[in-house]
Design a protein around this ligand. Structure first.
Ligand code: FE2
Length: 340
């Protein structure tokens, strides 16, 4: 197994890996055949390392430090009498993560503790941004959303939020995934976006553009594809955050958005999750084009995602994609962009 294959198959639940410390990532030196797209311009000059939950990106020509604390998959389930009319849609997920095991120690913990600890960590580390990358909630409970708003207001720090597939999903409620997402974002989750477009937005942090895309229905819209391309065209260093990681060769269908086998026949959970079965046609052309655009973007530093509930690293065309361990288990990532 060569180095690239080893990294591709590494699922890092613990331990340290200096994946690429000191190695410049120039895409023309990565003749991988996983993705057909080729960079159209010289790749931005950087390298990265990952040691347990700390990800460092060493960026040539950068003289500042950007610190981001990132979480995904908290799965908050707090609810009150306002949730009574929705019990038939929330019952399964309301029980799914009531007690959890700490991702490192195995000790008993719970989603609210995981969230509070990561907020505290972000404050302690003077994070420029607290990034919440989906499945913050197990269903769109008003009580849970209010609890988060009060925690974030008390912390008084910059944050971004983009949805995961559970945040807006009342299981079994009639409607397409797209309809349910639009309905419950607008009815409940909207304040968390702080006036940003819930499906696509970017935040500039000391010259680094943090791009958030909602792929929580497993698809990318043509508008999101165009938005990502417009971010690439700025030529500024980019970090992409989305809930469902992007397909990496060798990973199973459940892992990645853009997997060629994703679709009707490979959907094993639609009955459990009481949602429409994935489409016969598989991913939309825009979703597949997005995957290609991401891993051929010359100014993209890294992709960060959640959904899998287990820390992992894949590298495609020299671009790392890192999945955070679930915040329901107290998981988090600490990301730093520093001078090379
Ligand atoms: Fe999740």
């Amino acid at each position: 197994m060569n180095r690239r294959d080893f990294l591709r198959h590494s699922g890092l639940s613990a331990g340290a890996l200096g994946a690429s410390a000191g190695m410049p990532f120039l895409s023309h030196s990565w003749a991988g055949n996983e993705v057909s797209g080729q960079p159209s311009q010289e790749r931005i000059d950087y390298s990265f390392s990952m040691n347990e939950q700390k990800v460092q990106i060493y960026l040539a020509g950068f003289s500042d430090t950007v610190r981001i604390t990132m979480i995904a998959d908290t799965h908050l389930f707090r609810d009150d009498q306002r949730g009574d009319p929705y019990r038939e849609y929330s019952a399964r997920m309301a029980k799914a993560y009531n007690q959890t095991a700490h991702f490192k120690t195995g000790e008993q913990t719970d989603p609210e503790s995981g969230f509070r600890q990561s907020v505290h960590l972000a404050q302690e580390n003077n994070s420029d941004l607290f990034s919440i990358v989906g499945d913050l909630f197990s269903f769109p409970s008003e009580a849970a959303i209010e609890w988060v708003q009060s925690q974030l207001a008390d912390a008084d720090m910059d944050y971004l939020y983009v949805a995961g597939n559970h945040d807006w999903h009342y299981e079994g409620m009639p409607g397409t995934l797209q309809e349910l997402r639009e309905t419950w974002i607008n009815k409940r989750l909207l304040p968390l976006y702080q006036s940003a477009n819930p499906l696509m937005f970017s935040r500039v942090c000391k010259g680094v553009r943090i791009v958030a895309i909602d792929n929580s229905d497993y698809q990318i819209t043509p508008e999101q594809l165009a938005f990502f391309k417009s971010e690439v065209s700025t030529k500024a260093p980019l970090i992409l955050m989305l809930h469902i990681p992007l397909y990496a060769p060798g990973r199973p269908v459940g892992f990645g958005c853009g997997h060629p086998d994703w679709g009707h026949d490979s959907d094993r959970n639609y009955l459990i999750e009481r949602r429409p079965r994935w489409p016969v046609a598989g991913h939309t052309p825009a979703t597949m084009a997005f995957h290609e655009a991401v891993f051929s973007a010359p100014n993209l530093l890294a992709v960060f995602a959640g959904h899998i509930h287990r820390q992992s690293l894949d590298i495609l065309h020299g671009i790392p994609q890192i999945v955070a361990p679930a915040n329901a288990n107290a998981g988090f990532l600490q990301i730093e962009v520093v001078a090379a």
